[in-house]
Every structure is written in C-alpha cells, then in structure tokens.
Design a protein around this ligand. Structure first.
Ligand code: C5P
Length: 243
C-alpha cells in the first residue's frame, strides 16, 4: 500500500482544526516548506462544506480527509463514493463500524476510482479515539485493556483491505508488529519534549513515534498556537529524523 508517491511526502500532517479556513490556510502557508499534507476534519468540513477540500488542494497541499465515517455499510460506501470526487489523499473510517462496512467502502471506492479515472484515496481505519480511557470504554461495553482493543481493530482493518490505520503513539509499536510493514500508520498525540500536551494524554515525541513505526504524524495546536509556526514544524521534522 505504501507507494512511492506516499513515501516522497514529508511525514508531518498539519491539522487544520478550525472553523476559519482563512486562518488555517495562513498557518499552512507559513509552514509549507515542511508540510505536504493538511488534515481537513469534521470542524472545517462541516463549517465550509466539501469545497474546502478543493480549495486546500488548489493551494498545493494534499488532503488527509479525517471524517471518521461510521454507519451501515451501504451508507458509508455511498458517502465514500461522493468523497472520491474530491480526490483526497487519505480518507478515514471508524474501524468500530465493522468489517463489512470497511470492506464494502474500500471495494466501492476502488471500483469507482478506476471507472472514473479518479485518484484512489488511501482508506484509513481509526482504531480507539485517544479521548477514550478505560472507564469510558467500559461504559460502552469494552472490558479489556486499550492496547488489546487497538490491536484487535488494527487486525480487522488489515483484513478488511484498508491501506492504513490511526493509533496513539503508545500503541504504534505493537500495532506495527501486528500488521506488518505494508500498512500506513498515522499518529496524533505528538509533542516535542517540554511542549504543552494540551488535552492529549497518550503522547510521544516525533522521533519516538517514527522509531515506533509511524509513517505520518498529525499535529495541530503546537503549530497553530506557536509564535513561530515554521520553527515548530522544522523542529518536528528534525526530531523525526527527516531533515
Ligand atoms: O493535539 P493536536 O492539536 O496536535 O491534535 C492533532 C490531532 O490529534 C487532531 O486533529 C485530532 O485528530 C487528534 N486529537 C486526538 N485526541 C485529542 C485531541 C486531538 O487524537 N484528545
């Protein structure tokens, strides 16, 4: 799944977690030297609509479209078909949506992109949200350690034919061992040593995340709130050993 195009991209994904695209793009332009991919998530997509993906791409960035889709298989597959038209680089689904949902969506996307000559997005499964801790998982009926749940979902993502996974940096190493080298691993919760963790609980440095097997790091607030966003982006790539 890791083709050459993907390997050429720098590993830092800038999260545009904002409802103000102008502000988000201003930051993205400042760090363009170090960032090829921008994350468009639910906030920006809901505020601006699908056109925001096109405008980000027109500015020369690839898009990690992180909508974390989760519904019945037919509905998710149909939504994915509509999203394919935007040609994001990556598109996320919740692994909790189950194998049939992931399989159907992945197959439908492959067929549509081939027929229509569209670039096929890399389908990414989200395992356990980093905002869920053990008590929260227990309340929804998950009664075993988080890592076990993440590994179970990671294997399911691989068996469903998706191209990659989102995990916290603390599970990246065991997920990498479990799924092998082919799947793309993406991790949020990345901070340079000494930086504010904000609300992130399971955190690692860029270097630690990459050594554990991460291919891409999603970083938002440390760059958005910095006095010099460019310096922070540069520091992240240096720490990750990619500068
Ligand atoms: O914390 P930061 O602003 O760097 O967030 C980067 C990404 O991490 C967000 O876009 C979101 O997807 C994810 N995130 C998370 N858990 C949180 C907060 C954010 O996984 N508690």
């Amino acid at each position: 799944m890791k083709d050459d195009e993907l390997k050429r991209l720098r590993p830092l994904i800038l999260a545009l977690d904002t409802t103000d695209p102008a502000h988000g793009m201003e930051i993205a332009e400042q760090v363009k030297e170090y960032v090829d991919i921008v994350k468009v998530g639910l906030e920006l997509f809901s505020a601006e609509g699908p056109g925001v993906v096109t405008s980000v791409r027109e500015k020369g960035f690839e898009v990690f479209l992180d909508l974390k889709l989760n519904d019945i298989p037919n509905t998710v597959a149909s939504a994915c078909l509509a999203l394919c038209e935007l040609e994001p680089l990556m598109l996320t689904l919740h692994a909790m949506g189950g194998q049939e949902m992931m399989r159907l969506a992945s197959r439908a996307v492959g067929e549509r992109c081939k027929e229509a000559g569209l670039r096929r997005p890399l389908m990414i499964g989200v395992t356990v949200l980093t905002s869920l801790d053990l008590p929260a998982l227990k309340k929804i009926g998950v009664d075993h350690p988080i890592e076990e749940e993440v590994l179970r979902l990671a294997r399911l993502v691989r068996e469903s034919g998706l191209g990659g996974l989102v995990t916290s940096p603390l599970e990246t190493q065991s997920v990498r061992r479990a799924v092998g080298e082919e799947l793309v691993l993406i991790t949020p919760g990345v901070r340079l040593a000494g930086m504010d963790k904000d609300d992130q609980k399971r955190v690692a440095t860029p270097g630690e995340a990459v050594r554990a097997g991460a291919d891409f790091l999603v970083v938002g607030r440390p760059i958005h709130t910095a006095d010099e966003p460019k310096k922070v982006a540069e520091g992240i790539l240096k720490d990750a050993g990619r500068l």
